[in-house]
Write a protein that binds this ligand. Structure first.
Ligand code: PRP
Ligand code: URA
Length: 206
């Protein structure tokens, strides 16, 4: 299921990162802040378990998160979303998957993967700012499923309809969260209007 996250702060920051004149520092900061704002919305339905704790004054019936959250950024650009989310979910463990698109075929190639042990009980959030053809997201989801993940949320900032269709077809059990659903892909597989190459803009490698 596709969920578009609509919030005035996200829209404002999205306009900043879309601007071609925005430099690496502001791009990086706003990607991180958007990811944090998205995480706030995405975690709204997380289950809680009831607990009893002691305050300095008395005992208190309250609740805490009952499931662990694991973040899986897709290298490189997904890295830019990690700090904004761990600022809110400080105990989240982080796995990494390295994927790069072949410029000709647009097919993703895996070059690195390292995950925390036993991710089967956790809520796994796969992070990548860009959902273009959906090849990278689909491969990243397959990689976490291979390690046992069951509850998986794909968190991207800008998506194209082609990418949404691909992930919905390959992984109908995965919820997709986007801050913006753009018009289409161009002939080079870039999202239009999009924001350009997220990894290059994030790390200043343009
Ligand atoms: C970008 C982006 C996604 C992928 C999206 O990464 O960060 O991972 O492209 O495209 P897709 O939906 O068509 O697969 P890229 O392959 O450019 O690698 P990079 O992050 O190292 O620059
Ligand atoms: N990857 C990006 O970084 N940007 C796009 O528009 C498509 C894929």
């Amino acid at each position: 299921m596709l969920k578009l996250i609509n919030h005035p702060l996200i829209t404002h920051k999205l306009s900043l990162i879309r601007r071609k004149e925005t430099g690496t520092r502001d791009f990086r900061q706003n990607i991180s802040e958007i990811a944090g704002l998205m995480a706030y919305e995405i975690t709204r339905d997380l289950p809680l378990r009831e607990i009893v704790i002691d305050t300095p004054l008395s005992s208190c019936s309250t609740a805490e998160l009952s499931r662990e959250i694991i973040l899986v950024p897709v290298l490189r650009a997904g890295l830019g979303m990690v700090d904004g989310i761990t600022a809110l979910i400080t105990t989240a463990r982080v796995g990494h998957i390295g994927l790069v698109r072949d410029h000709e075929t647009l097919a993703p190639m895996e070059y690195y993967a390292k995950f925390p042990a036993d991710i089967s009980e956790a809520v796994v959030m796969v992070l990548d700012p860009m959902l273009a053809t959906g090849g990278s997201a689909s491969a990243a989801i397959s990689a976490v499923k291979k390690r046992g993940a069951v509850t998986i949320r794909l968190v991207c900032i800008v998506g194209a309809p082609e990418g949404v269709t691909r992930v919905e077809k390959d992984h109908p059990d995965v919820d997709i969260y986007l801050a913006a659903l753009d018009s289409h892909l161009n002939e080079n597989g870039y999202i239009v209007p999009g924001l350009g190459d997220a990894g290059d803009r994030l790390f200043g490698t343009v």
